[in-house]
Design a binder for this molecule. Structure first.
Ligand code: PHE
Ligand code: FE
Length: 291
């Protein structure tokens, strides 16, 4: 989420770190990467992705023609929830990121991954950001959550507690699961944009799947380099919005200063356990082992 802010925006970027998407300049090969990824994911996602995600994907018509033109997406997105997508060169500083979110702008990487890195990359590209994040922004409740998160982010920065708040983002916006009448569904952008994790997150016996609890989540570290060892399940988007907006995080941050972190793979007596994971994948060495 974060880039070094000390030198300001890179050459060619505006003071708010945005750039032109320059959609006309994508090559056919770049569009083809989008198409390949799009087809892989949409084949997997019915029955796995949460309804609001699938509805959003449909509404925005992000389909097979290649990398979408942000100007075109924005017409529909703006109409639906007042959000827009803006292009950035890559990761942006935290304060810049929060400022965009608080103003209902989602900063999306302009570049697309190379054909030889379809499955894993370090920095979010246009596929992760647009395919992964933007469909959920068509949902009015999630749209409000993301704006509130931006406002909460500015507050957390001021109080020096960004690390705790970042865990909330990680375990909801990036890697969240949603309960539905038909079973667990994925809505986190890091999952829905990854072929392997959209299967692992729901089907693999390795990770824990636990009921979402705000303070519990903020005490749980996360993996940035591999599949998660724990996923948190929300009963509804509304409940996520309600609990985060109605809770004043200041006393929470205060408590967290002395509370211990919860080990990443543990289940606590107070957890609602959907899956008690074997942790077999992580114990075998995870990605390094599988490579
Ligand atoms: N209520 C939070 C606070 O007091 C702000 C927030 C809302 C944070 C929604 C995240 C998501 O800081
Ligand atoms: Fe992301």
């Amino acid at each position: 989420m974060s880039a070094d802010a000390t030198n300001g925006p890179p050459p060619g970027a505006r003071p708010d770190w945005t750039i032109d998407q320059a959609w006309d300049r994508y090559t056919d090969a770049e569009h083809q990467v989008w198409i390949t990824l799009y087809e892989r994911q949409t084949a997997l996602l019915p029955g796995r992705a949460a309804d609001p995600f699938l509805k959003g994907l449909d509404a925005l018509d992000l389909h097979r023609a290649g990398i979408p033109d942000f100007a075109r997406i924005n017409e529909e997105l703006k109409r639906l929830t007042g959000w827009t997508v803006v292009a950035v060169p890559g990761l942006v500083p935290d304060d810049v990121f929060f400022d965009h979110l608080a103003n209902r702008r989602f900063p999306a990487g302009q570049f697309i991954r190379k054909p030889e890195e379809l499955d894993y990359l370090q920095e979010p590209d246009v596929f992760h950001d647009v395919f992964g994040h933007v469909p959920m922004l068509t949902d009015p409740v999630f749209a409000d959550y993301m704006q509130a998160y931006g406002e909460g982010g500015r507050r957390a920065l001021g109080m020096g507690h960004l690390a705790n708040l970042a865990r909330l983002y990680w375990y909801t916006v990036e890697f969240g699961l949603l309960e539905s009448a038909e079973g667990l569904r994925i809505y986190g952008a890091g999952i829905v944009s990854s072929r392997a994790e959209s299967i692992f997150a729901l089907d693999d016996p390795s990770p824990n799947r636990l009921g979402f609890d705000l303070e519990r989540v903020m005490r749980t570290p996360y993996r940035i380099d591999d599949f998660q060892q724990v996923y948190f399940v929300i009963p509804s988007l509304r409940s996520l919005l309600d609990v985060t907006v109605s809770t004043d995080f200041a006393p929470l941050y205060q408590r967290l200063e002395t509370a211990r972190d919860i080990p990443i793979a543990s289940t606590e007596p107070t957890d609602r356990v959907f899956t008690h994971g074997t942790q077999a994948y992580a114990l075998a060495g995870g990605r390094t082992q599988a490579a």
